[in-house]
Structure formats: structure tokens, C-alpha cells
Design a protein around this ligand. Sequence first.
Ligand SMILES: [Zn+2]
Length: 139
Amino acid sequence: MKNDTHPPPPLPSLGEHYSQLLGLVAPWTIRDVDLDVEKATRDIHVVEEGAITFPCPECGAASKGYDHAPTRRWRHLDTLQFTTEIVARLSRISCAEHGVKTIAVPWAEGSARWTLDKLRNNFLVVFGKNSNCKIKTFL
Ligand SMILES: [Zn+2]
């Protein structure tokens, strides 16, 4: 007979859960997760927290914040039957060499509207995992 004298570990918060699923590390954190059952959508709101400088997306130089770009959305892989998007309002930095630029995010490249995971998934659906094509070529 099993002796269950230890209580189960506490469940992670919803934000911690999605941070783990997305592989987010500081300064990125989940602010909120919205579920709209009627529309079958799930929005994951990501924020930058506590960073004073960000690397310039062009040269990597640590640059101070300038302002914030408008809120953007990135289509991600579905969560069960729910269309899932990452939502964030990104900082813009002022680089001494490149001027004002929107910071890079770990889940997407440049001005892409889909996350890297969604692109990888679409690539595999279209070309199959044995394709000789590289995802970079597909992008
Ligand atoms: Zn730069």
C-alpha cells in the first residue's frame, strides 16, 4: 500500500505555466491569459519586466528604452481547439548607431505575424519532416 504522507506540489500559476510552455525568461513574463470561449480564442499577454536596457536588434549594443511601439499580435500554435495569439506592446530602443528600433522578441523574427513555432509547424505540414528545405529558406 502506498503511503501518501506528502501533499502534492502546488500547481504553477497560469502565468508560470504559459511561461514554461513558451520558454520565456526574464525580462519576459506573462501578464495575463484571456480565454474567449465564444470566439474560441486564447490571448497570451506578454510584457517586459525590469529591463533597463535591451540589445539593439541590428548590432546587439545595449540601448536604453525610447518609447513603446503599438500593441502587436503573433499567431501561435493552437491551444487545444482555441486559436492562440501572443499579444505584446514592445519597447523601442534608441541605438547610437541605428537610431530608434523595436526590440527583438524570442518567439518571432522581425515583422513576422506568426511565431517561430507556428512557422515550424506550418513548414512541416507543407513540406514534411524529411524535406531537404531549410525553414530559413521557407521564411
Ligand atoms: Zn544598433
